[in-house]
Design a protein around this ligand. Structure first.
Ligand code: GLN
Length: 533
């Protein structure tokens, strides 16, 4: 029988609720439990797949092709488990499914209401996650802030789950802000009290309060929260600012967050073994010297749009005891007349994934510069596509070479709609998830990096390399190092006579984990370090 932990947020958003939930997941996993995590988002969009990266940050992709909230990336990196579509649900999805069921006549003309129909549907998502994952503990984060109109059905649903399952099977954790008044130099517990009051009015007494603060709080503060919020002082945990988010599990461990949860859930475990996590944090602390990546992207004003790429670079850097420094370049600011000057000191160039035509020509120039000047280059999805287009333009004397996505007026479409895949049945026509086996060519850098001839990585793209141009490009020296043989789709490219020039049609950033960077990132970072030694 699975047990449940629900994490809510109070006072303001952006308190690191996801990191708290992930840290608890990390501790429970280190205690030998099987953990599954899920996020409920109160917005009405059906999924994050079509939401603007400017507003919502990265779309994290799961193995089973779920387009999810970026918090799932934290979850996976902290608990080192593959999550699924079951891990991400928005209010929009719940309402859509419920209304579709009503339209189908599933309820035989009953009146459909938020309680019980929407709340039942939310509860089902929690119970289904428990069933399909077979986990010992399901940690569910409720997005938004308690008191929001949108999140009320979720709060009501978890209240009912506690009633159904009992206190020994359900823990409520509330993450809220401990306010600091700079003028009077004092901490104020009132916002936390108010948000707990709000929770209580919805029928939920939190079991543990995690207060976000800049430093450890005094005994008096904890006593005050204990008194007003009706929990023992031991159940008030400080979430203090850390230099790295990866230090948070150890901080929570010190304060016995796992012990509180395990006790209440009456789970007996042996020890909570933090050894490998401690080692990882030691690597972070030892990473003083920097390595620099020139990041040529479209959404650089909002770095959350590249969260997993950035974390993958950091994680890879720690393996070499190096700290990441990013030189951000807005792709559409690069042009023929300035690119050489702007990029002249680049140590390594990365072009990440993206959609639409803005900045494409700038990215093409960046990949060309890396190619022609022996600068390590990693092209992810779009970054692989534009690198290939650039080679076709330069080497095959096809100046109009392009992808249908950016310009379909010319005849030279190096990337085009998915060929050989049933476009009709792909929903939004994206190739999603880790369903496609990449066969790696023998003797390539890719083989060396992966140490394997077969890999499954996660995809999220629409356009594929047009095999008409494969032979001509091979003759000029491009190596197609990874192929999805079943449909003959290009998955990876590389240049042999270059320190590191690698592109992948898939997204390697979704599978980097602490102590286990994705091989492409590790290879890229190593090449940068070698070059700057
Ligand atoms: N826009 C490109 C495509 O759809 C690349 C997508 C991506 O980089 N994720 O194929």
């Amino acid at each position: 029988m699975a047990k449940f932990v629900f994490v809510t947020g109070g006072v303001v958003s952006g308190l690191g609720k996801g990191i708290t939930a992930s840290s608890l997941g990390n501790l429970l996993k280190a205690s030998g439990l099987k953990v599954f995590m899920q996020k409920f988002d109160p917005y009405l969009n059906v999924d994050p797949g079509t939401m603007s990266p400017y507003q919502h940050g990265e779309v994290f992709v799961t193995d089973d092709g779920g387009e999810t909230d970026l918090d799932l990336g934290h979850y996976e990196r902290f608990i080192d488990e593959k999550l699924t579509k079951m891990s991400s649900t928005s209010a929009g999805k719940i309402y859509l499914e419920t209304i579709n069921a009503e339209r189908r006549g599933d309820w035989g003309g009953q009146t459909i209401q938020v309680v019980p129909h929407i709340t039942d549907s939310i509860k089902n998502k929690v119970y289904q996650a428990a069933k399909s994952s077979g986990a010992d503990v399901i940690i569910s984060e409720i997005g938004g802030t308690v008191g929001d109109i949108e999140s009320q059905p979720f709060i009501e649903a978890i209240r009912q789950i506690r009633m159904e399952q009992g206190k020994e099977n359900v823990v409520f954790i509330h993450v809220a802000l401990l306010l600091y008044l700079n003028a009077s130099k004092e901490y104020k517990t009132k916002p936390i009290q108010m948000s707990v009051k709000e929770l209580l009015s919805l029928g939920i007494q939190p079991d543990i309060i995690v207060q976000r603060t800049d430093k450890h709080s005094s005994k008096e503060i904890k006593e005050k929260i204990s008194l007003f919020c009706n929990i023992p002082t031991t159940n008030v945990i400080d979430a203090i600012d850390k230099e790295s988010i990866y230090e948070v599990p150890l901080e929570m461990y010190e304060q016995n967050l796992h012990g509180l949860v395990l006790d209440q859930l009456q789970i007996k475990t042996k020890i909570t073994d933090m050894e490998s996590w401690i080692k990882f944090c030691e690597k972070i602390k030892a990473s003083k010297e920097e390595f620099e990546v020139t990041f040529v992207g479209k959404y650089i004003e909002l770095q959350d749009a590249y969260l997993s790429v950035i974390e993958s670079l950091k994680i890879a850097g720690y393996e070499f005891k190096r700290k990441l420094k990013i030189n951000w370049i807005q792709a559409d600011k690069l042009n023929e007349s300035n690119y050489k000057e702007v990029l002249q000191n680049a140590k390594g160039i990365l072009v990440p994934g993206g959609f639409g035509d803005r900045g494409i020509e700038g990215m093409i120039l960046a990949s060309k510069f890396a190619r022609e000047n022996s600068i390590p280059y990693l092209g992810i999805c779009l970054g692989m596509q534009i690198a290939t287009i650039s080679m076709a333009r330069d080497w095959l004397n096809l100046p109009e070479a392009n992808s249908t996505e950016f310009d379909n007026s010319g005849a030279v479409l190096i990337f085009d709609f998915i060929r050989g895949i049933d476009v009709q049945n792909l929903g939004g026509t994206l190739r999603l998830g880790a369903f496609y086996k990449t066969t790696i060519k023998e003797g390539t850098k890719a083989e060396k990096l992966y140490g394997s001839r077969e890999v499954f990585e996660r995809h999220r793209h629409r356009y594929e390399f047009n095999n008409e141009y494969k032979k001509p490009l091979e003759e000029k020296g491009l190596v197609f190092s990874g192929i999805y043989e079943e449909k003959k789709l290009v998955e990876m490219i590389e240049l042999p006579n270059h320190p590191f020039f690698v592109g992948s049609q898939y997204h390697p950033e979704f599978t980097s984990r602490p102590n286990k960077p994705n091989p492409l990132f590790k290879g890229f970072v190593e090449a940068i370090i070698m070059k700057t030694k």
